[in-house]
Design a protein around this ligand. Structure first.
Ligand code: GLN
Length: 455
């Protein structure tokens, strides 16, 4: 096949599935076959069909963030990650579905309907990058871009049986990523294999003068790290991530993965991250606080949909009450409250202090000679569509093992470690800041050793 033929084939396959009798609703937009072009036929991603989460500004497509308020919105500029992927030869074949403004863990919060899990269509694909994960898992594209503020790349990767990476905060430019919670947001990559996810990360990583939080450190050889092995590495297993009530089948899969790593030459050490219990409350104060500020720009004046009203205030009110969904409004209210005079220190200040303690937990185990940590990615496999929609607390708990990496800014990857009752399960490797290569070496070892373990 010519480099372009692969992308044209992917577009055909997406259209056939999504317009057929059993759509996944993984895509919000699909490229016109005539618009496809390969910018670089020698690049690391030459001719690779790429799916892009719809909160990344991509020229030639709308960028809706899964929200009504941005229906029909076209960004005048391109995100750095998409620009870099295209420059390496990737062909953007479509924009993927997500929880509105990336707020959610199931993709059910999209204003354009939920995405279904290709392994079991009665279940969610995870979220918020559920469209990207489902597209990769269904074989429509080999890799996809997502964003991870509290687990939104890793958790859907786990639910869909694929690989998802959240890099170190600052490794990848956020320019053109629509902001949710800026101190936690990071673009991530999803792939069918560790190598695919690493290849895309290699291309999009590195300093960008357009993002003040992007870091100047050189990007290590990520692709080369995948086959490097784990000989001599110390892998920590935090007790707090294997709590008493954990599904025994999940515990078995984690133990099997650890035995494999041990056999490959790694040393396994039990460790403690004592402030883990503050992670969910801390995250669900800080993320909404930042969101309440970031989302104030959707007022009908500059972007997307405007609700026509007689005066300015009614126009703001009308636009925001009809344009934003219920979960987004819940977060704006929570965040506004947490930042309000009189409560600021009690909520926002306390959460900031908890964030510092969670970060110090990681720093001290890494300083103590632990090279990386291994945990389950999520406490359960994919749940049923609708199951958690009436209980936000239950939904928030899906993120209990993933939010800590965002709070601390460390990199994490989810890699398949088997399945429970036919549903895929992910294991998470967390590494010290800037050591994505270490993390990829471990994930690569697991991938070669674990093929279809069933608990
Ligand atoms: N599920 C988490 C939330 O709702 C994480 C989302 C994300 O990483 N974008 O905030």
């Amino acid at each position: 096949m010519t480099t372009l033929a692969k992308a044209a084939h992917a577009v055909g396959a997406i259209q056939e599935l999504e317009n057929g009798g059993a759509p996944l609703n993984a895509f919000l937009a699909v490229a016109h076959p005539e618009s496809l072009a390969v910018a670089n036929s020698e690049g690391l991603l030459a001719g690779i069909p790429l799916a892009v989460k719809d909160n990344l500004a991509t020229t030639g497509f709308d960028t809706t963030c899964g929200s009504k308020v941005l229906e029909g919105y076209r960004s005048p500029y391109e995100s750095t990650v998409v620009r870099r992927a295209k420059a390496a030869g990737a062909v953007v074949v479509g924009k993927t579905n997500l929880d509105e403004f990336a707020m959610g863990s199931s993709t059910e919060n999209s204003a354009y309907g939920p995405t279904l899990n290709p392994h079991d269509r009665s279940r969610v694909p995870g979220g918020s990058s559920g469209g990207s994960a489902a597209a990769v898992a269904a074989g429509l594209v080999p890799m996809a871009l997502g964003s991870d503020t509290g687990g939104s790349v890793r958790q859907p990767a786990a639910f869909c049986g694929i690989v998802g990476i959240k890099p170190t905060y600052g490794r990848v430019s956020r320019y053109g990523l629509v902001a949710y919670a800026s101190s936690l947001d990071q673009v991530g990559t999803l792939g069918r294999t560790v190598t695919d996810a690493a290849r895309l990360l290699q291309v999009v990583s590195g300093y960008d003068e357009r993002d003040a939080t992007s870091d100047e450190r050189p990007v290590p050889d990520l692709l080369g790290a995948v086959g490097r092995g784990v000989e001599g590495l110390v892998i920590g297993v935090p007790n707090e991530y294997l709590p008493d009530g954990l599904d025994p089948a999940l515990r078995d899969l984690v133990n099997t993965a650890l035995r494999e790593l041990e056999e490959a030459g790694a040393k396994i050490r039990r460790v403690s991250l004592p402030h883990t219990r503050y992670a969910i409350p801390c995250y669900y104060v800080l993320a909404p606080a930042e969101a309440s500020s970031n989302l104030s720009r959707y007022d009908g004046v500059r972007y997307g949909v405007r609700c026509a009203e007689a005066d300015l205030i009614s126009m703001y009110q009308g636009t925001r009450s009809t344009g934003l969904g219920i979960e987004v409004k819940r977060r704006i209210m929570l965040g506004t409250y947490a930042l309000s005079a009189g409560y600021y220190d009690e909520y926002y200040g306390t959460a900031q202090r908890a964030r510092r303690m969670i970060t110090e937990d990681f720093r001290s185990v890494f300083d103590d000679g632990v090279d990386a940590l291994f945990t389950p990615t999520s406490p359960t496999p994919a749940f049923k569509i609708g199951e958690r929609m009436d209980d936000p607390m239950e939904m928030y708990l899906s993120d209990v093992f993933t939010v800590t990496a965002n709070l601390a800014g460390i990199p994490g990857i989810s890699v398949p470690i088997g399945s429970i009752r036919g549903l895929p399960v992910g294991g998470q490797v967390l590494a010290p800041w800037w050591q994505e290569d270490q993390m990829l070496a471990i994930a690569g070892e697991l991938e070669t050793r674990i093929q279809g373990a069933e608990a």
